[in-house]
Design a protein around this ligand. Structure first.
Ligand code: SF4
Ligand code: SF4
Ligand code: SF4
Length: 484
């Protein structure tokens, strides 16, 4: 009798971490997705019945990814939902009653047109629609109805500064008592238009300022032209006008990963800059070719900062944000006074207050409820640097024993925020994260759609087509003039 070779069972080369729902990057069908860990990295792996298997990296540091889960805070439910549960997440946005968190940061994309045509543009700016004042007022009213006391509204686009009524829109948000109003801009109009800048300064929004690095080549690649001088001029003009700016960088593999440290160092020194937001490029809309296995992820950016800032920061200075899903965003804060730069996590054990799972039963020091509330204010998608609210939370977080002894009006200009946000694309999209998303895009029909669902699932394209068509059918308006 022939001898049969003994077969040996093999171990998989990965750990199966969990199961979630995602979409097919080709046809957007909702499918199951596995989260797996291999070589201390985290990947999403999924199969579409029509288009086969897909895999993409979601975190380059599995330890950081798994540890972040303890920062998952119970959600706060909005006052009202706008849709019903029908087809399941992410097809019922929104917000539908299954959503686990209210909206900390509301976005209004006032137009699709832009004065740049960046090769990297998740909004795929170009021909489309321009919202009317009436539409924007309706969206703001709906935001107030669903939130009660909305924290932050950000005007975006396209390029919002070229909308003829953008100043009226900012005013309309302020008139509704929305605590913080921001404008998201490429800075072109700020660099060139004195009258516009004067109008903006009167309204005093925080300027969310596209700023990808300190090299001309970075702008050539990401924005299609050398914008470095223009960016510097715009920032100096913001300073002269007394406006606060947050630098927002899109970080792409092989382009500007080595600039995350220099961007922070630059921001710490520039008098108009109150913070830096570093966002790995979101590969939706318009983007350059990419390999989903080589995406930049949050740990890449944190390691980059630590490596590129001469010992100023350590890994522990960066703490996940608990209001959204904690793998979505990390924040840090520093107190800056001349050459003195002290990260808040060195003054206080942040984990002790924001660990919602492992720490629950440990004794807390006196005033811990106030400190926790202040830290939740800072570690939130609604935290806006350069405001007295952020300064007050920072002061309170430091505790009575460590009172910095400054007036809030002084302190607000000396608190610097660093935020790292990893928006999802069709390779990384997970309902687990989007169900707790706290960044919502307001739509004229009253819906508020979580940002990553809006960009990845097909909402953006459908809503843009619908608004463009409605505008084409509407009677042509008289030439619009700003009233502000
Ligand atoms: S993302 Fe939220 S609002 Fe959208 S379908 Fe899922 S649970 Fe509902
Ligand atoms: S990324 Fe911003 S600046 Fe560039 S084309 Fe898109 S909307 Fe315009
Ligand atoms: S926008 Fe995307 S990355 Fe940000 S909180 Fe929402 S789901 Fe998470």
């Amino acid at each position: 009798m022939e001898k049969v070779a003994k077969r040996v069972k093999q171990d998989a080369d990965y750990i199966f971490h969990e199961l979630t729902r995602s979409i097919c990057p080709e046809c957007k069908t909702v499918i199951d997705a596995q989260i797996i860990i291999r070589d201390n990295k985290v990947y999403m792996r999924k199969r579409c019945p029509t288009h086969g298997w897909f895999e993409g990296i979601i975190s380059s540091d599995a330890e950081m990814y798994v540890n972040s889960i303890k920062f998952n805070k119970p959600g706060t439910i909005p006052l009202e939902f706008s849709t019903e549960v029908k087809d399941g997440c992410p097809l019922d946005c929104g917000l539908c009653p299954e959503h686990k968190q209210h909206i900390c940061l509301g976005l209004i994309e006032v137009n699709t047109a832009c004065n740049l045509s960046c090769p990297v543009c998740f909004a795929n700016a170009g021909i489309g629609y321009s919202l009317t004042m009436q539409q924007v007022e309706g969206m703001l009213d709906r935001f107030v109805e669903t939130e009660g006391d909305p924290e932050v509204i950000q005007f975006s686009g396209g390029e919002p500064t070229i909308h003829p009524q953008i100043l009226d829109m900012i005013q309309a948000a302020k008139d509704r008592g929305i605590r913080q109003v921001m404008i998201n801009t490429n800075g072109v109009r700020i660099a060139r238009d004195d009258r516009f800048l004067e109008g903006l300064a009167k309204l005093n929004p925080v300027v969310y300022f596209q700023f990808d690095g300190l090299r001309s080549e970075t702008y050539q690649t990401l924005r299609g032209e050398d914008l470095l001088d223009l960016k510097m001029r715009a920032l100096d003009r913001l300073n002269e006008a007394g406006l606060d700016a947050v630098l927002v960088a899109a970080v792409e593999r092989g382009v500007n990963e080595d600039e995350v440290g220099p961007i922070i160092e630059f921001g710490l020194k520039h008098p108009a800059v109150r913070g830096v937001v570093l966002q790995p490029v979101t590969h939706v809309g318009r983007h350059i070719d990419f390999d989903p296995m080589q995406r930049v992820t949050i740990p890449d950016v944190i390691h980059g900062i630590v490596d590129q800032t001469n010992g100023r920061f350590v890994l522990e200075d960066f703490v996940p944000v608990p209001c959204c899903f904690p793998t979505c965003q990390v924040n840090s804060y520093v107190f800056v006074d001349g050459d003195k730069v002290v990260p808040l996590p060195r003054m206080l054990d942040i984990d002790h207050y924001l660990d919602y799972i492992t720490n629950r039963t440990l004794p807390k020091p006196p005033n811990s409820a106030d400190v926790q509330k202040a830290l939740e204010g800072l570690w939130s998608a609604s935290a806006v640097p350069g405001t007295e609210k952020a300064a007050g939370d920072f002061q309170c977080a430091c505790g009575p024993g460590m009172d910095l002894g400054y007036e809030l009006s002084y302190l607000k200009d000396h608190i610097f925020q660093i935020a790292i946000k990893d928006f999802m694309d069709a390779y990384t999209f997970s309902v687990k994260q989007v169900m707790k998303c706290c960044v919502g895009i307001l739509v004229p029909d009253g819906r508020i759609i979580p940002f990553c669902a809006y960009n990845s699932v097909g909402y953006r394209e459908a809503i843009r087509d619908q608004l463009t068509l409605e505008q084409a059918k509407a009677p042509r308006p008289a030439k619009l003039q700003s009233k502000v």
